[in-house]
Design a protein around this ligand. Structure first.
Ligand code: ZN
Length: 104
C-alpha cells in the first residue's frame, strides 16, 4: 500500500464539478429549463477560498485522471494513518502489559 501511494504519479489537488447554465438570450430553450451544459470546472482551494477553473471538453479526461489520483492518494494516506494509529494503540497496550516491576 505504501508503494502504491508513491507510484500513483502526478495529480491535481481538487475535484471536478459539473454546471448547467442559463444565458441571457430571450426565448432560448434554457429559459424553459433546458439549460446549457454540462460545463466542467476544476474546483480547488487556495488558502480557504475555493476557485473554479473551466475545463475544456478535450481536457476533461486528463483532468479526471488527475483528480482521481489525488483522491486515491488522500484515501490511501488516510488509511495508513488509521493503521498507524491502531498499531500505536496496540504497542501502548503491549508495553503496559509487559512491563514488570523489578526490585533488586
Ligand atoms: Zn440559453
Amino acid at each position: 500500500m505504501e508503494s502504491r501511494l508513491l507510484q500513483l504519479g502526478p495529480f491535481v489537488p481538487g475535484s471536478l464539478i459539473k454546471r448547467y447554465t442559463t444565458c441571457g438570450r430571450a426565448n432560448c430553450r434554457c429559459q424553459q429549463g433546458e439549460k446549457h451544459g454540462p460545463f466542467w470546472y476544476l474546483s480547488r482551494r487556495f488558502g480557504g477560498r475555493t476557485r473554479l477553473t473551466y475545463v475544456r471538453e478535450e481536457k476533461l479526461e486528463e483532468v479526471q485522471l488527475l483528480v482521481e489520483r489525488y483522491r486515491d492518494f488522500q484515501r490511501t494516506r488516510q488509511r495508513l494513518r488509521e493503521i498507524f494509529r491502531e498499531l500505536e494503540r496496540l504497542f501502548d497496550g503491549s508495553e503496559r502489559e509487559r512491563a514488570v516491576k523489578f526490585d533488586s
